[in-house]
Ligand binder design. Structure first.
Ligand SMILES: Nc1nc(=O)c2c([nH]1)NC[C@@H]1CN(c3ccc(C(=O)N[C@@H](CCC(=O)O)C(=O)O)cc3)C=[N+]21
Length: 332
């Protein structure tokens, strides 16, 4: 159904909305395996677009974009994510600098380094890998990154702009989820979206994008959006997840979402990253928050872990770095 028609419908009567959701229930009477949304392939497409644009700038004699990544301490997960980011920089033609500081680095020292990089004309994008050690205040760190270089979208200036529908840097994971939906032809307009998880960097901004007016520059979703979180009682959670046409899970509990909790044909986006022991091999492996085997028999689309949202987060960071380089967002 087109945007205009549905808008008119909604203005005329609430009954038309019931008709819309009724239709989506009736048309999904088959039981087939879900289409697996290939995050690696989508991320490659995104990175190739960034790469082509950068090649154009370089051909004109401009310097390529630059990303500075600061990591404090040697947390193995952070190391793996930062490695993936630097690899993606190399692939797309973004020059990068990785700075690894010892875990005992003082807040004062970190803040002064952030200021130095924020002031440098050579740096377009700047981020500090999270989490930072406990003796450092995360909020201070995020706010120290100049908003025009804040490719993570974690500075309060970007959060404020984002929440008031002004052009801003949008955090890479939620922006990446919208990109997966868009590139996979999954309609959000007028649909029911359910987000499990309300973190400031993922759940909250994603719910913002899904429900926001699609006229907004980040191609937001126009979905009816519900946020569930740790205090949603389990039986309530199931009632909500059952209504979802689009179900996004970012909680950090392996196997939280099972087949009985989802509607046939739902698009499931799994943002969970959990390291668990493989029953068969005894080795550690990466799993999401969704029981992939069960849910993929009922869902219409599903993202795997690994190889789903993770690579797209990294690709979106490259896109944000290019946006910073082009100075497309203004900060007065
Ligand atoms: N300032 C900041 N910005 C971030 O964007 C940020 C952060 N801090 N802290 C942690 C989260 C998490 N995150 C991921 C990046 C890549 C993968 C990724 O590449 N995942 C691979 C697997 C990687 C692995 O093997 O561990 C995959 O899902 O296929 C996952 C998660 C970025 N984050």
């Amino acid at each position: 159904m087109s945007r205009k028609i549905l808008q008119t419908f909604c203005r005329l009567s609430r009954k038309s909305m019931d008709a819309v959701s009724q239709k989506s229930i009736c048309t999904s009477s088959r039981l087939a395996a879900a289409k697996i949304l290939d995050g690696v392939a989508i991320a490659k497409d995104m990175k190739d677009e960034v790469k082509a644009e950068i090649e154009g700038f370089v051909a004109e004699g401009r310097r390529p974009p630059n990303l500075c990544v600061i990591q404090v301490g040697e947390d193995p997960a952070s190391k793996a994510y930062v490695t993936n980011k630097i690899k993606a920089c190399k692939y797309t033609g973004i020059t990068s600098e990785k700075i690894v500081l010892p875990v005992e680095t003082t807040e004062e020292h970190l803040l002064s380094l952030i200021k130095e990089k924020s002031d440098s004309d050579e740096v377009d994008g700047l981020l500090v890998q999270l989490p930072v050690p406990k003796h450092i205040t995360e909020r201070k760190v995020c706010n120290a990154v100049h908003p025009s270089k804040d490719v993570d979208g974690f500075n309060i200036i970007n959060i404020g702009k984002f929440c008031s529908d002004q052009k801003s840097f949008v955090p890479a994971t939620p922006a990446g989820v919208m990109e997966i939906l868009r590139r996979s032809g999954i309609e959000t307009f007028g649909k029911n979206a359910v987000v499990c998880g309300r973190s400031k960097n993922v759940g909250m901004p994603l719910a913002m994008l899904l429900h926001a007016d699609g006229v907004y520059e980040t191609k937001a979703g126009d979905a009816t959006t519900t946020i569930c979180h740790r205090y949603t009682p389990p039986e309530q959670l199931k009632l909500f997840t059952k209504t979802a046409d689009i179900l996004v899970v970012a909680v950090g509990i392996p196997g939280l979402i099972t087949a009985d909790m989802v509607k046939e044909g739902v698009a499931v986006i799994d943002i969970g990253i959990n390291r668990v022991k493989d029953e068969k091999t005894g080795k550690m492996k990466l799993v999401g928050d969704v029981d992939f085997e069960g849910v993929s028999k009922v869902a219409g689309h599903i993202t795997p872990v690994p190889g789903g949202v993770g690579p797209i987060t990294v690709a979106m960071l490259m896109k944000n770095t290019l946006t910073a380089y082009k100075k497309e967002i203004t900060f007065e």
